[in-house]
Structure formats: C-alpha cells, structure tokens
Design a protein around this ligand. Structure first.
Ligand code: HEC
Length: 461
C-alpha cells in the first residue's frame, strides 16, 4: 500500500534545483503553469486523449526524444516551441497570451517544479501522509490545504499565504512569525506546528453537570474548537488515526481547508478570539487567564446552497437535519424581540415524533440545559417549553438570549457541556470562559440524524 502510494507521488518529492526563488514563488510558478496548460491543452492532452496527459507532470518531464520541457534551455522545450510557432494548440483554439508563455518559460527555467495531477482529497491525503511519515515525532503537525482554491482557479497562493499567516498570528499568543511550510513542490499544502501556536494544550476544559459544578477535566484543545466548526467531511479519517488520534469530542482530522480557515479566522472573528484565549490559557502559569471577549456576533443561517454548518458549530445558525423542526417564540416571527422580565414562550413542532433537548446560552456565554430529560415532540403538535424568565445580566439596557434545540427521531446521543478553565468573573473586561455543547464520539453516534435549530432573542430593558 505504502509502496504504491510512494510510487504515485514520488515525483512530487524529487529534489528540485534551488534557483533562489522562495518555495512559495516556485510553487506559484507550478500552479500558474498547471492552470495555463489545463485551460489550453488538456482538452486534447487528457487521460486517454492525445499522446500524453498534460496534467501528468511525470509524463511531461519524462524522457522524450525531443524534450517537452528543457529545464536547461526553457526556450528549447517542445511545448514552448509549439506555442511560439503556433502549432499547439492546433486549429482555431484560443491561444495562451504572451504573458502566459512567459510564465511557462519562467516555470521551466525554475526546474519545472511539479504540480499535482488532481486536486482532490485523495491527493491532499497522500501529500499529508508522506510528509507526516517523514516527521518524527509528528503529533504536533497539522496541515492546511489550498487545493480547493487552486481547483477553483487561483493561479497563485502568495496572498493566501500572507493572509493565512496574519490570521494565525492573530489567533495565537506566539510572538515569533508563524511558520507555514509548504510540503509539496507546488505549495498547495502547508504544514503547521499546532503546538507552537498553543493549540494542543489538553486538560483545560471541565465537564459541567446539571448542578453547574465543574466535574471531571476533559481533553479538549483549541484545535478541537476549529474542528467542531469545520463544515467539510474529514479527509480520509481512517488513514490519519495515528497522526491525529481519535478525539473524544471532536472529529479527528489533521488537515483543514485553507479557504475555510481564512474565512473562519477573518479579522474580528469570535473563533480566532477563542483560539487566542486558549493559547493565553496555555501560557498562564496559574490557569487563571481571562476568556475571550463576549461575542456580539449574530448567528448566520447558511443559505441552502452553502455547506450546512456542523451540528455543534457555535457561530452559525441551525443546521437542516433529516427532518423538519420549527422552533420559534410562540405567536411571533423572527427576528424575535422581548422585554426584560418577560416569560419567553418557546415552542417546537416537528414533522415526525422526535426526542429533543433544549439549551440556553446566557449573555455571559454560560450554557444551561432547559430540559432536564429528553422531551418528546409529537408529530405535528406544537410543544410548549417551560417559559424562560428574561433577567438582565447586570446593568445593561439590551442583551441577547440564545437557544439551541437538538432533536433526533430515535435515540438522541448524550450531550455534554464543557467549559474552559478561564477566569469566570466577567466583570473583568467583559471576558468569559468558552463553553460548548459536545457529543461524545466514542460510541460513533450518527450526527447526521440530528437536527439543530437555533434561535436568538434581543431583549430590551
Ligand atoms: C485540439 C487538440 C489539441 C490541443 C488543444 C493541444 N494539442 Fe498538442 N497535440 C494534439 C495532437 C492531435 C497531437 C499529436 C500529434 C501527433 O501525434 O502527431 C499533439 C501533440 C503535441 C505534442 C507532441 C507530443 C508527442 O508525443 O510528441 C506536444 C508537445 C503538444 N502537443 C503540446 C501541446 C500544448 C503545450 C498544448 C496547449 C498549449 C497543446 N498541445 C494543445 C492536439 C492538441
């Protein structure tokens, strides 16, 4: 298996001539060359098409009587000659611009660094696995892939790299410049030492029981916060079990999409603030760091064509599940508002009989279960929860109350509340511990069968 794997991508790891360009610059030459050749040539030069597959870098650089690529004299490469004399692409096909031809020449002159044939998850997994196997020990290594950006037409990743570095820097207490190492010749996948960012420190969360007392310490790290927000399926999880050992409360995955990460950690993002607060906690000797700033971000419910957020994502609205649940304030339509002192009548109606749990997220970010046990929603019958008292959290004139309803048709898995060990006194600078609702993954619960609905109420004094 590994031998086959090595054969498949060995070409990616050939030592390449060092010509002074940075890995990113060399990678961008490869990415741009791939894009030009894909646009203008691979319509014919594809697997099973004319003569050779243009996206198969090995075939392109392989020995030919007249080299397709001449790294010693890029102008004497057959593909450049054909482009310049007009024989390729043949017929009236749109031709690459002069700038494109120059870019191809620069790429060949730089030793024609390899690009991957495909930009799919399997390729990313292979790149990651090979790099991981070359690292000892590797448990702190995590990976960020821009394969999706390149597949979507990006012709270079220079800007993405600097944006990513800035985003990561804002999400850690690490003063030194965050090291992002491109691991494949095209620099589509980066390696990151998550430990250096303070993102792998365990034992900073407590389970919180119904009596609100902190219970046992649970292993939950900053990287897990990222993982439970991540909306895409894990890349080949079986392959990476050793690299990213099974996490009790989060999926195991060593690689995240860079395009997503850039959005998730964009300036001012509450998730970046959480990660930074976790790094602060890791730094603080007595475990009494302040938590992140209380977030004023509003839940965003994704439109149908977007990828739905994961079940327990914290900063996005409900997730459409396998069945319909209407969750609302009785006799009102969103956006919901209420007055301090009101008793808020929440109702839920499911299109089939289901079990449900209701949680409230208080303005200081504390999470409380509002149902002691699973509640049964009968098909089509509105269920009224015990009205919720709205008390102001201190001297404020306006605040927000949030509610999370989780429902499943048959067995609802056990949800656990966890809280970071940040200092709890929110009068200090308006910062509070991080809370999450998590589900234990050990029994392999089928999260796809659960619907989560979220609701926000603006309360005025
Ligand atoms: C419309 C189809 C078509 C497109 C588009 C096209 N080619 Fe070709 N190409 C051919 C055909 C057909 C041959 C094979 C000619 C032969 O075997 O005699 C060929 C042959 C070649 C060869 C020689 C291969 C060999 O085995 O000796 C090279 C190099 C080449 N093309 C480069 C390119 C490049 C570079 C592009 C894009 C800029 C391109 N081609 C776009 C149809 C195409």
């Amino acid at each position: 298996m590994i031998a086959r794997l090595l054969g498949m991508v060995a070409i990616l790891f050939l030592p390449s001539a060092v010509r002074g360009e940075s890995p990113r610059e060399r990678g961008d030459l490869a990415i741009r060359a791939r894009a030009i050749l894909k646009t203008h040539c691979s319509e014919c030069h594809r697997p099973g098409g004319q003569s050779f597959d243009m996206l198969d870098h090995a075939a392109l650089v392989g020995p030919h009587p007249i080299p397709f690529l001449n790294v010693k004299k890029s102008g004497r490469s057959q593909i450049i000659e054909f482009l310049k004399d007009g024989s390729m692409p043949p017929g009236g096909k749109p031709r690459p611009s002069a700038a494109d031809i120059e870019a191809l020449e620069a790429w060949i002159a730089a030793g024609a660094p390899a690009y991957p044939k495909n930009l799919d998850d399997a390729t990313v997994a292979t790149i990651v696995e090979l790099d991981w196997r070359s690292r000892k020990p590797a448990e702190n290594e995590r990976y960020i892939s821009f394969a999706n950006r390149v597949e979507a037409g990006a012709i270079g990743l220079k800007d993405d790299e600097s944006k990513l570095r800035a985003a990561l820097q804002a999400a850690t207490t690490e003063k030194r410049t965050v090291q992002l190492e491109p691991v494949d010749p095209a620099g589509i996948v980066y390696r990151l030492d998550a430990k250096k960012l303070g993102w792998l420190e365990p034992d900073f969360f407590h389970e919180i029981g119904l009596n609100r007392q902190p219970g046992s310490v649970v292993e939950f790290v900053a990287w897990d916060l990222l993982q439970i927000e991540y909306p895409f399926p894990a890349v080949d999880p079986a392959r990476f079990q050793k690299l990213a050992p099974r996490r009790p409360f989060a999926p195991s995955q060593p690689v995240l999409r860079g395009d997503w990460l850039l959005e998730a950690l964009a300036a001012g993002s509450p998730l970046a603030a959480d990660l930074r607060a976790m790094a602060e906690l890791a730094d603080s000797k007595d475990g009494m760091a302040l938590g992140p700033k209380l977030t004023t971000a509003t839940w965003v419910t994704p439109s149908a064509k977007d990828v739905p957020p994961p079940l327990l994502a914290w900063y996005s609205g409900g997730r459409p599940g396998p069945f319909e649940v209407q969750f609302a304030v009785k006799d009102r339509t969103p956006p919901f508002t209420a007055k301090a002192g009101d008793k808020l009548p929440l109702i839920a109606t499911a299109d089939r009989t289901a079990r449900a749990m209701l949680f409230s997220i208080l303005p200081d970010s504390t999470v409380q279960p509002l149902t002691r046990m699973e509640t049964i929603l009968k098909r089509g019958e509105p269920f009224g929860f015990n009205p919720v008292s709205l008390t102001p959290p201190g001297a404020v004139t306006e605040w927000r109350e949030r509610f999370v309803l989780l429902a499943a048709e048959n067995d609802l898995p056990k949800f656990t509340l966890i809280r970071s060990s940040h200092q709890e006194d929110i009068t200090v600078k308006d910062r509070a511990p991080i809370w999450r609702i998590v589900v234990n993954r050990e029994g392999n619960p089928d999260l796809a069968r659960i619907t989560s609905q979220k609701l926000e109420v603006k309360v005025l004094k």
